[in-house]
Ligand binder design. Structure first.
Ligand SMILES: *Cc1c(COP(=O)(O)O)cnc(C)c1O
Length: 387
């Protein structure tokens, strides 16, 4: 196969995932894996989910595209499930970055201001607006000029509060920074940011693209912190793998948008909507309680068995979003490859962090089996690295 026909924007492992069932994946060499990636926090309900398959197949047989020039009952239904009784409006997009573009545009248009405060190690996507708000010089390198008006502050730093001034249109942040290294926001700091935004007339945008849809044990991570964002964005887990994103804003912001002020040909696609509807219906309080219970077991294991290992600097995260920060002497790429040989798929984040985003439906037995594999490997590699 000639891989050079693709732009080399990804570092790819030398195998292809060909099928999935439940929480197991099979590659083109017939090897099966336990999946601690869920895509990248996308397939939270696993693979070949009967309710999802049925809804998507039925929609494919009915219609798979209409323009946004007509009423769309399915979009309305999904939006209603998403806002969950709150006084909010939804704009559908096709991805996380697009949801953040919509948030940026709405924030500027509604406030009439342009300045945005974002955070170092934050990640909001790859298109110009979202990339300009992404606090990672490596991601921005070579793309100047970026969208002007974005300033950065240090995440979890009380000094950042001084940067929340009335000239800002918005502050954008993740409650747990995903790509940046699984850094968890401190509750008191997040509450102070929330309060400062509301006091200064600055919109608070919470990027829930990775943390949302049950990942942290809450439907949306900010619910676990009692925050009140003016706008939040979701994507990754929303349709369990079909492309979709959504920007959800308080109803009073809707006056800033009118016909033609924003749009997208594909956004709110019926097939993605059919899947999103099932996902949202699945995220019941009972489902989330079960995720939290499994996460409690996972964190007990992480604290006692993995955090104390000599090659582990710290373990961070929330719910089933986990970062095992490795010592510099042990490159995360080496760990990921070695775990693949042990039939476990994992991710990296930040500088040298092993990131785990298992499907939320994984049983505690499978979760603990995967963690045990990780522990044994880290113990083995410790002795090599320390030798
Ligand atoms: C993945 C991610 C995005 C970008 O989503 P895409 O669908 O890849 O555009 C934005 N924000 C956060 C927090 C993410 O994790």
């Amino acid at each position: 196969m000639n891989e050079e026909v693709l732009f080399p924007t990804y570092q790819r492992f030398p195998f292809a995932i060909e099928s999935g069932q439940g929480v197991k994946l099979t590659d083109d060499h017939g090897q099966t894996y336990l999946d601690f990636t869920a895509g990248i926090g996308v397939c939270n309900l696993g693979y070949q989910v009967p309710t999802l398959q049925a809804a998507v197949k039925a929609q494919l047989d009915q219609i798979w595209h209409t323009s946004n020039l007509y009423q769309n009952h399915l979009q309305t239904e999904v939006a209603q499930l998403l806002v969950n009784g709150e006084d909010r409006c939804v704009f559908f997009a096709n991805s996380g970055t697009e949801a953040n573009e919509a948030a940026l545009k709405l924030a500027r248009k509604f406030t009439g201001k342009s300045a945005i405060l974002a955070f170092e190690h934050g990640f909001h996507g790859r298109t110009y607006g979202a990339m300009s708000m992404t606090g990672n010089p490596h991601i921005q390198a070579g793309y100047a000029p970026l969208v002007p008006g974005v300033q950065f502050a240090t995440y979890n730093d009380p000094a950042a509060l001084d940067q929340i001034t009335p000239d800002l249109a918005a502050v954008i942040l993740e409650v747990v920074q995903g790509e940046g290294g699984v850094f968890v926001g401190e509750p008191a700091w997040l509450a102070a940011v929330n309060q400062a935004c509301h006091e200064q007339g600055v919109l608070l945008i919470i990027d829930e693209v990775q943390t949302g849809m049950g990942r942290t044990g809450y439907r949306l991570a900010f619910e676990g912190y009692g925050l009140d964002p003016d706008i939040y964005t979701v994507a990754k887990g929303l349709a369990n793998g079909l492309p979709v994103g959504a920007m959800v804003g308080k109803k009073q912001l809707a006056t800033a948008f009118g016909p033609g002020s924003h749009g997208s040909t594909f956004a709110g696609n019926p097939v993605s909507m059919a899947a999103a509807k099932v996902v949202l219906q699945t995220l019941t309080p009972d489902f989330l309680t079960a995720v939290q219970a499994k996460a409690d077991q996972v964190w007990a294991y992480l604290q006692t068995e993995i955090a104390p290992l000599p090659v582990v600097n710290q373990v961070t995260g929330k719910g089933l979003m986990i970062g095992i920060h490795l010592a510099e002497s042990l490159p995360v790429a080496k760990v990921i490859t070695a775990l693949q040989a042990e039939q476990l798929l994992t991710l990296s984040a930040g500088d040298n962090t092993l990131r785990l985003l298992p499907p939320l439906v994984m049983t505690s037995t499978d979760l603990l089996a995967g963690l045990t594999t990780i522990k044994h490997l880290l113990v083995k590699l410790s002795s090599e690295v320390m030798a």
